[in-house]
Design a protein around this ligand. Structure first.
Ligand code: GLU
Length: 549
């Protein structure tokens, strides 16, 4: 009896691997095309690091006319949730990330290299496990959990490396006859890889991001097929990335230490290894300390956060590319109006130590992104956000014609307004423009420098009666503000005032502030002339009267 008999006994139905090699041929793609994949477990949750990797994968596939695949890694059946795939697909779609191949929802998929869900690939893994068994490169292991526990305790007591390797690998050299007997007796087993590595020897490896690294060889006889017939991550990785003809494995650097094992598996299976790019985790500055963004501690770790806050996906994508490639910032400076898809991303320029993700900087990017939007786009996107998160804002925006005017203030010109960083800011930024909101709000008036009630009344009264005319153009309006200031004994020009501050109670800027606060309850707003044009005569008069009566 030989290895072949053992392999046939364990996997009688498995097809020869040549079947799969033919079924999934080398891809016919242009030179340099990158085939990359995002390979999450179907937990429904997308971490900012997952989005980061997806953006990188999508960008590289686009740039090289390659393929981007969504593969669902569900071999750990405990970690799944209902609709876990759909939630991932939808979360990424919110950031305009779509896949060329892979799962579309829980059951459907697209592409010729599937199935794209590991639990549906059982036959494939078993065929390759059988292939290893036939050559004596894998074997059944009958160790019970108790036996393994005992082994571990002994190793720990003797201060040795733990694991199933070398002399500790009890079933590694079990004669085939005995293994067959045990299986026929119904004893439980799993399949292990028979490592030929030696811990004392080193392998050299070139990682696309980390550069040259060396590691001790792998000598662990790791499990490749578990008791439930499904593969472990390591084995599935080798089989899937080979058969899907993936050229670059871009994954988080928690996997970098598995490189010796993975390279050994590829060799034993007769596969050409892909290139590896291990990305450093996204970090956060926590009071001067750099640490990983954590699902437990940081709400911004979940990509759903950005959606809830109403930060446009374009801004998040731009910021992630920005921290992924240090030359992005200078590219953006030189190409202010270009779409990020025109940026030439280079994976080997990624940071080795982990880029810092700074929410404040993201919001700055977002302010710029939104400042370039047309009022129609701001309207449409804010409304879509509001429908999910803010009923009051929906009600305000329902008055479409007026809202477009409000959102058009300081937009579409050379220096557009930059106070809106996210859709959840917008209500606060525009609420005073809405009549009933303005009159019913509990925001109070803070006039700033000129605080005397009678003086304020005097200013507003004179303005309304003598100077206010909604028909005025901007220059006339502005000149009238100066005339008003002068008439009230204030400096016409700020410069004039600064030369001799004792001479006047204030200047034209202080007078404008009084008007601004009376009309908006804010000391800082976009251009007051534009605001007044949108408010219109009636509303302005009502607001002015409210204050000085
Ligand atoms: N399912 C693995 C994970 O989520 C994928 C790692 C990989 O990309 O190979 O960590």
């Amino acid at each position: 009896m030989d290895y072949k008999d053992l392999a046939d006994l364990i996997f009688p139905e498995a097809k020869p691997i040549s079947y799969y090699e033919e079924k999934y041929p080398e891809r016919n793609l242009p030179e340099g095309a990158m085939v990359v994949r995002f390979a999450p477990s179907p937990t429904g949750y997308v971490h900012i690091g997952g989005l980061y990797q997806s953006i990188i994968g999508r960008t590289l596939a686009n740039q090289t006319k390659g393929v981007f695949i969504l593969r669902i890694e569900d071999t750990d059946q405990k970690r799944q949730i209902e609709n876990g795939v759909v939630q991932i697909v939808d979360a990424l779609k919110d950031f305009n990330i779509e896949f060329d191949e892979g799962m579309i929802n829980e059951t459907e998929e697209k592409g010729n290299y599937g199935p794209y869900k590991q639990s549906a690939r059982k036959d494939i893994y078993q065929a390759y496990a059988k292939y290893l068994l036939e050559q004596g490169k894998a074997y059944p292991c009958f160790a019970t959990p108790e036996e393994l526990e005992e082994m571990r305790a002994k190793q720990e007591a003797a201060k040795l490396r733990t694991g199933y390797y070398g002399v500790w690998a009890k079933y590694r050299n079990l004669p085939v006859e005995e293994a067959i007997k045990k299986i026929k007796n119904g004893e439980k087993y799993i399949i292990r890889f028979k490592s030929m590595g030696n811990e004392e020897r080193k392998i050299k490896h070139h990682d696309v991001i980390k550069g040259n690294i060396d590691f001790p060889e792998n000598d662990q006889d790791i499990v490749i097929i578990k008791g439930d017939g499904l593969p472990t991550y390591h084995f599935a990785h080798a089989v899937d990335d080979h058969l899907m003809r993936v050229t670059h494995v871009i994954r988080s650097d928690e996997w970098v230490s598995s490189i010796p094992l993975h390279l050994e598996l590829f060799r034993a299976l007769g596969f050409k290894a892909p290139k590896y790019a291990h990305t450093a985790p996204i970090m956060k500055d926590d009071n001067g300390k750099k640490r990983k963004i954590s699902k437990r501690k940081d709400p911004e770790a979940a990509v759903s956060y950005y959606h809830e806050q109403g930060i446009p996906s374009e801004a998040v994508n731009e910021y992630l590319l920005n921290i992924a490639n240090s030359n992005f910032e200078s590219w953006r400076r030189a190409n202010k109006d270009k779409d990020i898809s025109e940026f030439k991303f280079e994976i080997n320029k990624m940071s080795v130590s982990g880029a810092i993700f700074d929410l404040i900087k993201l919001l700055d990017v977002s302010k710029n992104v939104i400042s370039k939007y047309s009022k129609e786009k701001v309207y449409a996107d804010a409304l879509e956000w509001a429908k999910r998160y803010d009923e009051e804002l929906v009600e305000m925006l329902n008055n479409k014609e007026y809202s477009l005017k409000v959102l058009g203030i300081e937009r579409g010109n050379q220096k557009p307004r930059k106070d809106i960083a996210k859709w959840s800011d917008i209500k606060h930024c525009i609420i005073y423009m809405y009549e009933d909101k303005f009159f019913n709000s509990d925001e109070t008036y803070d006039f700033g420098k000129i605080s005397d009630k009678d003086e304020i009344k005097k200013i507003l009264k004179l303005y309304k009666e003598k100077y206010f005319n909604i028909e005025d153009d901007k220059q006339t309006w502005f000149d009238k503000m100066k005339d008003l200031s002068e008439e009230l004994g204030y400096a016409r020009e700020v410069k004039e005032y600064k030369q001799d501050p004792e001479k006047w109670p204030g200047h034209v800027g202080d007078i404008s502030t009084v008007l601004r606060v009376a009309l908006t309850k804010r000391q800082n707003t976009p251009d007051l002339y534009e605001i007044m044009q949108v408010l219109g005569k009636e509303s302005i008069e009502k607001r002015l009267e409210k204050e000085y009566k």
